[in-house]
Design a protein around this ligand. Sequence first.
Ligand code: ATP
Ligand code: MG
Length: 567
Amino acid sequence: MKQSKVFIPTLREVPAEAEALSHQLLLKAGLIKQNTAGVYSYLPLATRVIQKISEVIREEMERIDAVEVLMPVLQHAELWQESGRWEAYGAELMRLRDRNQREFALGPTHEEVVTSLIRDELRSYKQLPLTLFQIQTKFRDEKRPRFGLLRGREFIMKDAYSFHADEESLMKTYQDMYDAYKRIFKRVGLNVRPVVADSGAIGGNYTHEFHALSAIGEDTIVYSDNSDYAANIEKAEVVYVPSDAAKEAPQALEKIATPNVKSAKELAELLGKPLEQTTKSMVFKVDDAFVMVLVRGHHEINDVKLKDYFNTDNITMATEDEIRNLLGAAPGSLGPVTDSEIKVYADNSVQDLVNIPVGANEDGFHYVNAVVGRDFEVDGYGDFRFILEGEPLADGSGNAKFAEGIEVGQVFVLGEKYSKSMNATILNNQGREQHLTMGCYGIGVSRTLSAIIEQHHDDNGIIWPKSVTPYDLHLITVNPKKEAQFELAEKLYATLQEKYDVLYDDRQERAGVKFNDADLIGLPIRIVVGKNAEGGIVEVKRRDTGDSEEVAVDALVDYIEGLYEQV
Ligand code: ATP
Ligand code: MG
């Protein structure tokens, strides 16, 4: 393709609004253009990369017998009411009305649509297992759309759904998908780590996320240097190792004035104690009951673990009003020494403390030397906090390491969540009606495009992996007004196109502009037709290493063939 005909609006300056490197490069290299917050046009180069990523996905999906469909983006509210997610999905669901005031959503995901499709069509276990996938635009009204394509409000996703008569069949497809995802991300050049994760709003009970390791990642991944262990920090289990370090003789409970103390850190400073020997108490509403949760001062409460412990999704922090009604104080002065009926839960590591400083449930006052069993009871100990870097890992392989990750894909075991709420049944091999068992599997296609750039760039621009590059070769004339250059470039363009996708920079631009653009755009191999054209010599340069070589035109095709193997 002649570059003069392709729409590639490159920029010289880094756009001020772009924080993430991939966002900057997508804009600078002329791949995307913002329409409104979190909504982008994909320009020609990005469109080609999206198509290449999609082709890799299609090949790997078909390899595991998943078949492609295209389901509606416009989804009737009734379907979402049936599953209970019209309410539960909250503000992220893009809602709209038709001319008759009937309510609809723009699909953020397709469990409801696909379940309704299947329940009307599938009758017998003999039609199972069945896996459908699609590649389509999704809509989520994200609270903070940011980082360009990494978190959009409109984005491209590959979503797949599998249907089974039993758990065994589901687990086989889950494993097939897991393996296919590993192949997909490898093929598109992404370094990813599959991690144990939380199932969140989709529901279900077993799931892995695939994270592209990157400093801009919004998730913290806990991993091991000595094993395959990797978990989203939300899920990384803390191994409780009892410690005697803070064991001391119990002292008398004493109430002290702590004006202006609102945090464990301020309390530790006032008392002259290490932060580790203080606690913080927080009140949560679990379904309809209030509970207090204690962790040590240097730990953070992890609400995903609370959800797992109490076996409910319905946990929120109590409001200030609720807390005041219940305990008579503001959040900075709470503690478990109380006449209220509130149940008290504590992180395992609180067992190591004896004389514990806690809020007195009176604004501006704390107790020092509260002792478990004497001044308050703990209704249950558990793992309620985030792991810290360096703590022992649950698989016994060593100590926790942290890295940031971009979630590019996720596989879920859904079980019967949707087939039950939406009544999707089949006849099993005993002729009895039973609910379908399901799995679902997503890849953020547009997010993957960004993640690839996060992992493949240098100061001058993008360095495309060969598998997804928008064009294979960049053919550049330094000065197309010179007859010899023009003619040689035209000839090479015709020849090279037989084997490669060639982007041919035929523009009447200064050489510096052309080279800058070529670096930004980042095709694997550049062929420059310049002043040596008359002598039949061109320059060939690798984008990744920057190595360049003068090559005689007669030898060029073979040379490129060899080099293309290596990049
Ligand atoms: P996140 O935690 O990042 O909000 P999610 O877990 O809600 O994502 P899923 O429901 O698992 O997302 O969707 C499948 C995939 O779609 C994700 O793994 C991610 O790659 C992609 N994705 C989700 N939300 C967005 C978004 N706002 N913009 C771009 N891609 C997204
Ligand atoms: Mg996810």
